[in-house]
Design a protein around this ligand. Structure first.
Ligand SMILES: Nc1nc2c(c(=O)[nH]1)N[C@H]1C(S)=C(S)[C@@H](COP(=O)(O)O)O[C@H]1N2
Ligand SMILES: [Mo]
Length: 313
């Protein structure tokens, strides 16, 4: 079987010592044991020109059908390559390698990733509440994969909105309150499997931001950035008619620092990793680029109802 992979990466991963990510969709690999996985890894890395001792690190469930496995390959240089195996119902369908130095990329050839292929299913307007593979828990679990930002000087904080727009903006917290706020009551779904019901988020609707900045006709994606260096990407079509908002309050109180104070994005019908906390950038762009989790194999759109947890193409 030929192996064709994409090359990607992310600035925040570089700070963690990951200079590049090799992302390889695979098919036809069923497994029963972690021993089978070791064999699959050995086969895969051989095709890419790597060898080393393969060590199990961890595994976790992502929803009720996916399991993500982490391994390390110890290289002769004493560095290691991280391996992430994305599996569904005992089949491996994606293998990602996190590479500590570009020198290991050698002369591997990569193909180009076309995210549009992931969006073939139609977009419809309102979230139906259907959430396959999720279970409900009483409260949200707090995540900060890149750590919590230091105390924020609110007089200096701005939400910058730029890119292909007629009116770029730099908004203070008081500006966000003054452009008109609404409260949205929604469930919140983390791709790892937990959901919480009936959280109230208050702030300006994303539609309102679009009215103000007037995106140009060529906009296809929205890139969202955060104070901690976290980022994500959202198809423009997916957000224009949605209930997405820039939340300033959660359950009628200003956001707590751990939940994203002063502002976070909330997109109710997409998995939680798209709802960036400590938001400071909204960029309207034309060409797809991976955010933090997308660089690690997560889906460019992340629709909950379509169970778009990981990239498929
Ligand atoms: N800046 C930033 N935003 C983030 C994350 C993060 O690690 N950093 N985690 C995401 C994930 S995976 C989820 S499920 C939600 C969780 O929201 P909470 O931490 O407010 O419960 O935040 C999202 N936004
Ligand atoms: Mo999440």
């Amino acid at each position: 079987m030929v192996l064709e992979c994409y090359l990607t990466g992310h600035e925040a991963l570089k700070r963690k010592g990951v200079e590049a990510v090799i992302d390889c969709p695979v098919s036809g690999y069923s497994f029963k044991t972690t021993g089978d996985l070791r064999w699959i890894i050995r086969e895969t890395i051989r095709k890419l020109g790597f060898q080393g001792k393969i060590i199990f690190v961890s595994n976790e469930n992502i929803g009720t059908t996916h399991i993500l496995y982490n391994f390390h390959i110890l290289l002769d240089s004493e560095e290691y390559i991280g391996i992430r195996l994305i599996t569904r119902e005992n089949n491996v369908y994606r293998i990602l390698l996190t590479i500590p130095s570009k020198k290991y990329l050698g002369n591997i050839e990569f193909k180009k990733y076309y995210p549009d292929k992931e969006l073939v299913k139609p977009t419809y307007i309102h979230y139906t509440g259907y959430s396959p593979g999720q279970y409900y828990i009483p409260n949200m679990i707090v995540y900060a994969i890149l750590g919590f930002p230091k105390e924020i000087d609110i007089s200096k904080w701005r939400l910058v909105i730029k890119g292909f727009v007629k009116n770029p903006l730099s908004l203070k917290l008081s500006d966000l309150y003054s452009i008109g706020i609404k409260t949205v009551k929604t469930s919140f779904h983390c791709v790892t499997g937990w959901s919480t019901g009936d959280v109230e988020f208050t702030g300006p609707m994303f539609k309102r931001i679009i009215e103000l900045v007037k995106p140009l006709n060529n906009v296809k994606w929205i890139y969202i950035g955060s104070l901690d260096g976290y980022s994500t990407i959202i198809p423009y079509e997916e957000i224009i008619n949605s209930e997405a908002l820039i939340a300033l309050e959660m359950n009628r109180r200003p956001l707590e620092p751990e939940h994203g104070y002063p502002a976070r994005l909330v997109i109710p019908h997409l998995y939680g990793w798209k709802s960036v906390k400590w938001i400071n950038l909204i960029e309207f762009i034309n060409e797809y680029r991976d955010g933090y989790w997308e660089a690690l194999g997560y889906h460019p759109r992340g629709r909950v109802d379509l169970e778009e947890r990981f990239k498929k193409v």
